[in-house]
Design a protein around this ligand. Structure first.
Ligand code: 4GY
Length: 458
């Protein structure tokens, strides 16, 4: 459960501002906790005084260091918690900072008022200065609430299974396309025809075009980043089978280009803390490693010299695998009829039958709504899922139910879900798992030439 502590002179503003919303509901369900702390409760002066005039003169009042420091101590208990001061002087808040903050277990947000807070206590307790935009508010509360809202909705379970943040908005850096609901005609305006066609491929194409057009017009800065990504995808597509993991990561909007010049490519996937690397030579490979963020947990490489480099640096080989991709656009037939999206109720079952991943990871995938189960007579007998970096995996069918095409159906079903989103399905099969290789080939997947290694950072 992620905790947000808010140090403020107006705790009721935080409480009341968030409680009726989805965020408030998530707090009721104990998925997150919001803890407003009144700085005034920690003053040592009379009549609850927390402010004084600034040295050197000037208009207005400043919040004094002592009550802020003591309020912070009371919440942190001396622990080094990430502490965000919301101020126009901070780093611009955006989706990637929201994702970064969502990884914390506990967060302290500090709200200023009047002319601000005594600099000395900021130096003592603040780890991040964050601005929500170039304008001045009367206090930090609204900014803190903006940050809480944007961070909390990324936490699995807050939005619920149906609309998980993981699945939405797959074209990162592009603005959303226009949306329409009933009635079909309103004030003489019709819903664009293509949206009524039921043709998902055409719909995706139309939405992408709308997003691009809007972004280029309204936000040229975002559009430029989008274009750089498209360029790299295009270059990688010359060797699609070997590069599909990087291409899809970028195409789905989950990839950040760390470096891309010639044959040297480093792409980072924040959701899974994974660096995908390709280098022209061992020398440039060494250079690429310097671009990997400190938080990197995994490296995916397909060059033996890169693997050697990483092992020399103390990383551990996790597995050796082959990459498979499905390049057709047509959905696959699904024989087994009872396949459904699984929720948290299936956590125990999956953990009992799949030991490659930790229960925390499985829980995260279930909450993201990307694990599907096959049922026989209302009993769960197998499952499949999408990994956090976007590949197909987590496939399992109980022994007595094997040989009936259930695994095939599970994978075909998931492939269809991915195609609907305009994704190219791909997966990694551990070297030696011939059963899985046969399944991939049967479904029409192609195998990449390269061998891939997942290397874990120690
Ligand atoms: N903009 N982004 C912002 C703000 C109010 C006086 C310091 C902003 O993050 N915070 O305008 N904050 C001021 C009010 C004290 C914070």
């Amino acid at each position: 459960m992620m905790k947000f502590h808010v140090l403020t002179l107006f705790p009721e503003m935080i409480k009341q501002g968030l409680s009726p919303s989805i965020i408030g509901k998530a707090a009721e369900k104990n998925i997150i906790a919001i803890n407003p702390v009144n700085i005034r409760d920690y003053t040592q002066e009379r009549h609850g005084k927390v402010d004084d005039t600034p040295y050197g003169g000037g208009a207005g009042m400043l919040i004094q260091a002592q009550p802020v420091y003591d309020a912070h101590r009371a919440v942190s208990g001396g622990r080094k918690l990430r502490t965000v001061y919301v101020t126009p002087q901070g780093r611009p808040f955006d989706q990637s900072l929201a994702k970064e903050l969502a990884k914390e277990e506990e967060l302290i947000l500090l709200c200023g008022h009047y002319e601000g807070i005594d600099e000395r206590v900021l130096e003592e307790v603040v780890t991040d200065y964050v601005s929500i935009g170039d304008y001045v508010l009367t206090g930090g509360e609204l900014a803190a609430m903006v940050i809480i809202d944007a961070v909390a909705r990324l936490i699995p379970g807050v939005l619920g299974n149906e609309t998980s943040a993981q699945e939405e908005s797959f074209h990162n850096d592009l603005l959303e396309y226009p949306q329409y609901s009933r009635p079909e005609v309103w004030k003489g305006k019709s819903v664009p025809k293509v949206l009524l066609s039921g043709n998902h491929r055409e719909i995706n194409k139309w939405r992408l075009e709308q997003s691009r057009e809007r972004t280029e017009r309204v936000r040229p800065d975002l559009y430029e980043r989008y274009e750089a990504r498209q360029q790299l995808i295009k270059r990688l597509s010359k060797d699609k089978r070997n590069n599909i993991h990087i291409m899809e990561c970028l195409a789905r909007g989950h990839g950040e280009i760390l470096y891309a010049k010639g044959e040297d490519i480093a792409v980072y996937n924040r959701d899974s803390s994974t660096c995908m690397l390709k280098a022209a030579s061992p020398e440039s490979g060494r250079m690429l490693l310097k671009y990997c963020p400190d938080e990197t947990r995994w490296h995916v490489v397909s060059q033996a010299f890169m693997k050697t480099l990483l092992l020399e640096q103390g990383c551990q080989e996790f597995c050796e695998c082959r990459q498979f991709l499905y390049t057709q656009r047509e959905p696959l037939p699904v024989q087994h009829k009872d396949i459904r999206r699984l929720g948290l109720e299936s956590l125990e079952y999956i953990c009992a039958h799949y030991d490659m991943e930790t229960p925390e990871y499985i829980r995260d995938r279930l909450l993201a709504g990307v694990i599907y189960g096959a049922f026989v007579d209302q009993h769960l007998v197998g499952f499949i899922g999408m990994h956090d970096e976007g590949s197909l995996g987590l496939l399992y069918v109980e022994k007595p139910y094997r040989g009936r095409g259930i695994a095939t159906s599970l994978e075909a079903y998931t492939v269809n879900r991915m195609l609907e989103r305009g994704w190219i399905p791909y997966g990694h099969v551990i070297v030696g798992n011939e059963t899985s290789v046969r399944l991939q080939e049967k479904l029409g997947f192609y195998q990449a030439k390269d061998t891939f290694w997942w290397i874990e950072k120690q």
